[in-house]
Design a protein. Sequence first.
Length: 101
Amino acid sequence: MANADLRPLGVEVVYATHTRQRLVELTVAPGTTVAEAIAASGILREFPEIDLRVNRVGIFGQLARLGDVVQAGDRVEIYRPLQADPKEARRQRARKAGKRG
């Protein structure tokens, strides 16, 4: 069973902008980190605006760290920075709705 632990892992790395999305399927070695999977995917070359010091990352919608180790079947997601604070956006919508009604 030790050989099974050394088999390459299939993972996906995804990123989306308002107009475009990219999903890269790749095979990585056991012990590969989130940062290493992102680098191997080529997405950083394709989307130079990504700054991993700023953009958060996750696995299947759960925040992750760049040093976390990926598992077989993981979908590594790179999140865009928020354009507006969600709480403030809700307040503004509530104010607008109050003025109409």
